[in-house]
Design a protein around this ligand. Structure first.
Ligand SMILES: C[S@@+](CC[C@H](N)C(=O)[O-])C[C@H]1O[C@@H](n2cnc3c(N)ncnc32)[C@H](O)[C@@H]1O
Length: 237
């Protein structure tokens, strides 16, 4: 059932990545396109296709708390009331709305490349929730956030979809305050029992390699608390 759900969602892929032809930037190579991949790899990892807004309901499914332990994730972020948070690839705002009350003197940038996702967040805000959430439509290579402004960036099940991970990583590093953190949450690539297709998973070693390539320093990895995912913390020195 879980596999079916994921397969159903990934069927809603959209082609936001632009051309997947030959690229010359560092780390990128063209690869044969797998079912959920885009035919392009970065530092040896095939990039997954973007989950389209038509799959929004899957992000808000009632079984998600139990499957992914989402209620355990937010407390692990150790947020302060004044923190400025960016939820990169926010989707429907599943995490933005959970973080919003924890940073009453701060704010949450809900960032996504799909306007339809941001419209879902705006509609919920219009009903009175999440007054300190600011929606920001980013580009595939730039989240378009102010420089040196973010205390914590949260990326849940999104980084592996970035069609330009190097450029996104560099731009995210610019937007972080010195000492700011990135919380990277990815399905565990080392664990065959996690019922998610390979292209939607990442290993800890791969994540460390890609974050180091954009100047971010590994702080910690928790691979035990969440049922399926790594929580990896990196910081901007
Ligand atoms: C699988 S959804 C996860 C949504 C949310 N993080 C959650 O866990 O509920 C991935 C989201 O990342 C977004 N995305 C993909 N590439 C992106 C990029 N370069 N910048 C910002 N968002 C991106 C997609 O549009 C999609 O809404």
């Amino acid at each position: 059932m879980r596999l079916f759900l994921k397969a159903a969602v990934t069927a809603f892929v959209v082609s936001l990545a632009g051309a997947t032809g030959a690229l010359s930037q560092d780390g990128y190579t063209n690869t044969p396109m797998s079912l959920d991949g885009i035919g392009k790899s970065y530092m040896g990892r095939e990039i997954a296709a973007v989950m389209g807004y038509q799959g929004a309901g899957w992000l808000e499914r009632s079984t998600r708390v139990e499957e992914e332990g989402t209620d355990k994730l937010v407390p692990l972020l150790n947020l302060k009331p004044t923190d400025v948070v960016a939820d990169i690839g926010a989707g429907t705002g599943y995490f933005s709305f959970r973080i919003s009350p924890l940073v009453p003197q701060g704010k949450v940038y809900a960032n996504d490349i799909q306007k339809e996702m941001l419209d879902i967040i705006a509609a919920r805000k219009a009903k009175g929730e999440g007054a300190n959430i600011i929606t920001v439509q980013g580009g595939v290579a730039d989240p378009k956030l102010p420089p040196n402004s973010i205390d914590l960036m949260l990326l849940v099940d999104v980084y592996h979809e970035f069609s330009y991970p190097r450029e996104m990583g560099q731009a995210m590093a610019r937007a972080l305050k010195p000492g700011g953190r990135i919380a990277l949450v990815e399905y565990r690539g080392e664990d065959d029992t996690v019922p998610i297709k390979e292209v939607h998973k990442m290993t800890e070693a791969q994540a460390k390699k890609e974050m180091a390539a954009v100047g971010l320093t590994w702080v910690s990895t928790d691979s035990k608390t969440l049922p399926w995912q790594h929580l990896m913390i990196f910081t901007k020195p």
